[in-house]
Design a protein around this ligand. Structure first.
Ligand code: NAP
Length: 342
């Protein structure tokens, strides 16, 4: 009998700066079998996200790096094809950490069963999953927007940013997006309903941002860092809050940027404007998961949250899709369709 093949993508070498396709390697082996308490899943959706750039580097961080020749990590939606766990049966859809592979064996206790009544299963990797909790908790627990305040969101057309601005609007704040290019800005404004969106690739970016925020900035949801942050900094109002969610412009940097040391000017703004800047990782907010899920499902069903997915077919194309995020080529939440949902 032929044993089905399991393809996996492993980290072949560590990037020096920007990753290339050569840093990844596709290997094939036999499909694994589940042990006691485990399930075997066929991967349907693989979520790609910027944190993966950090996991490719051999650096101490909030999570360990991926080892050389080890499989790339990643959140997945899979369909159970064999189960040794009492609560899960063949055909169930589950959210788990299946990684970059066709089939995954996972402890049954480590996955979350997906209810088809929630909508398309990919939502569990987006609004109803990590992206949703990141946006919800970072904005509401750290940003604390009040009605009428101005909330600025970087990478506003992307997975996290698109949700942040929509929740800011639901909470009665003005939402100003920052995105790369006219098409993304039009989507953020016209489809997602932000009050305005500013193109960070434009030569008049800093002036355009200032014009879009005539009352200053009360909350800045940071996804990007670099020149985008530098344009926001002078606009902060007293007591502004800044949830630092991500810094994608720096994930592949090998050195600090050249130029004068900006830290004293930053610290002066922190002191004189009494800024609250706080980094966070979504797992810090496990205690908000229940409220987040209930609110998000309600908002989705009421048509208050819209989303866009950037889907690439085929596990073999995952590395190219990941790298293209660095150029802003993705438009919406990045997903790999590894196999069709039956
Ligand atoms: N703290 C947490 O727990 C947590 C959880 C999830 C995500 N995150 C962070 O949230 C951020 C957004 O993640 P996501 O998955 O939603 O990605 P995304 O926004 O869907 O995609 C990344 C976007 O970042 C923008 N970008 C890339 N390089 C840039 C640069 N040098 N300057 C300005 N913009 C740049 C591009 O958009 P434009 O074309 O619009 O420039 C690109 O499309 C990332 O920094 C990620 O690490 C953090």
């Amino acid at each position: 009998m032929n044993v089905p093949v399991n393809r996996r993508i492993v980290l072949a070498s560590r990037p020096n700066g920007r990753p290339t396709a050569a840093n990844f390697h596709l290997v094939s082996g036999e499909r694994p079998e589940p042990g006691p308490g485990e399930i075997l899943t066929r991967t349907i959706w693989l979520s790609l996200a910027p944190y993966m750039f950090w996991r490719m580097r051999d650096e101490k961080s909030y999570a360990p790096p991926v080892g050389l020749n080890e499989m790339m990590v990643g959140g997945t939606v899979g369909q159970v094809i064999a189960s040794n766990h009492a609560d899960l049966k063949e055909g169930d859809l589950v959210l788990g950490q299946g990684g970059w592979q066709d089939y995954a064996v996972l402890p049954g206790a480590s996955v979350q069963k997906i209810d088809p009544a929630w909508g398309p299963s990919s939502l569990s990797l987006n609004l109803l999953g990590g992206n949703g909790l990141t946006a919800y908790a970072g904005l509401l627990d750290i940003g604390k927007p009040k009605p009428g305040e101005t909330v600025v969101v970087a990478a506003a057309s992307g997975g996290v940013g698109s949700i942040v601005g929509q929740i800011a609007r639901i909470k009665g704040a003005r939402a100003i997006g920052i995105a790369g290019g006219a098409e993304k800005c039009a989507f953020v404004r016209d489809e997602l309903g932000f009050d305005a969106c500013v193109d960070h690739r434009s030569s008049s970016f800093a002036a355009d941002l200032a014009a879009a925020c005539p009352n200053g900035v009360d909350v800045y949801f940071e996804n990007v860092g670099g020149p985008v942050f530098e344009a926001v900094l002078p606009l902060f109002n007293d007591f502004a809050r800044m949830p630092v969610c991500g810094l994608i412009s720096q994930y592949t940097a090998t050195d600090l940027p050249a130029g004068p040391n900006q830290v004293p000017a930053l610290m002066r703004a922190v002191l004189t404007k009494r800024l609250a800047i706080r980094g966070f990782i979504s797992s810090d907010f496990a205690y908000m998961r229940e409220a987040f899920f209930k609110d998000t499902l309600e908002w989705l069903r009421a048509g208050k949250l819209r989303y866009r997915e950037d889907i690439t077919d085929g596990l073999e194309n995952a590395s190219t899709a990941l790298i293209s995020m660095l150029d802003g080529k993705n438009f919406g939440k990045v997903l790999i369709r590894v196999s069709p949902e039956s």
